[in-house]
Design a protein around this ligand. Structure first.
Ligand code: PEP
Length: 256
């Protein structure tokens, strides 16, 4: 039985009022209406996690952050620790997003420290990987994905792997309206799953892989139906309740 995670990455959008309105609309849309095999996650800006946290209490909506630091506390101005996130009820944290890699210079080595710290604290790490247009055009897609997976997952073995979710996000598809083809998605997802099982010595057990990159209400049913897709990481289309709820609805149709 396939399970699905539909995750909204709100990025640097939504002030406090908008956070509360959007969170409430999503809660209303899923209450009494969510398949047990579908999980829904919102990742608002960290400054608004606290208000979203109050609203999601006793609902099936899950809360996540868009980033964290790997140290537990200390002199890291502007950063957010994992215990700050877990104390707000966060279950997930997005790490290694291509925007953090390209705008903030995050390396695989730095991301690895965060993934390790997150999963050791029982937080699900949504590790984002993906190739640029240039890399795809030069047949370097797998080389890039392999290197990101290898480096970001160093030291994460055994039970810790149960807390890892991979988001395959071709960089050229993020926020562009372009999506990878069904064949490109299936090929990448299957290879990612096989590679992790192989390098981590967990034959027969797979890590869930989400697709991200211009997933919206129009293409969700088709993309989520692809065999090795276990959900989606959604940017733009997670910012309005109608489109996000419609994607959740597509996930439920796939499950059923
Ligand atoms: C993302 O930022 O993770 C993302 C997939 O964005 P969008 O859905 O807007 O392409």
């Amino acid at each position: 039985m396939k399970t699905m995670l539909i995750a909204g990455n709100w990025k640097m959008n939504t002030n406090i009022d908008e956070t509360e309105i959007l969170t409430s609309q999503i809660i209303d849309g899923i209450t009494n209406n969510l398949d047990p095999n579908v999980d829904v996650l919102i990742c608002p800006p960290s400054i608004n996690l606290s208000s979203a946290s109050k609203l999601i209490k006793d609902t099936r909506l899950r809360l996540g952050a868009q980033n964290c630091h790997y140290e537990q506390k200390g002199a890291y101005t502007g950063e957010t620790s994992i215990s700050m996130l877990t104390s707000l009820g966060c279950s997930h944290v997005i790490l290694g997003h291509s925007e953090r890699r390209s705008y903030f210079g995050e390396t695989n080595q730095f991301i690895n420290l965060k993934v390790k710290a997150a999963v050791q604290s029982n937080l699900f790490a949504i590790l984002c990987i993906g190739e640029t247009k240039d890399e795809r055009d030069n047949n370097k897609t797998w080389e890039v994905l392999e290197s990101q997976l290898f480096s970001c997952l160093i030291g994460i073995d055994g039970n810790l792997l149960e807390k890892v979710v991979i988001a395959y996000e071709p960089v050229w598809a993020i926020g562009t309206g372009l999506t990878a083809t069904n064949d490109q998605i299936q090929e990448a997802h299957a290879r990612i799953k096989n590679y992790i099982s192989e390098i981590k010595g967990i034959p027969g057990r797979t890590v869930p892989v989400l697709y991200g990159g211009s997933l919206n209400e129009k293409n969700a049913l088709e993309i989520l139906s692809i065999q090795d897709v276990n959900g989606g990481l959604i940017g733009g289309a997670s910012l309005t309740s109608n489109s996000f709820l419609s994607i959740i609805n597509s996930a439920q149709r796939v499950i059923n």
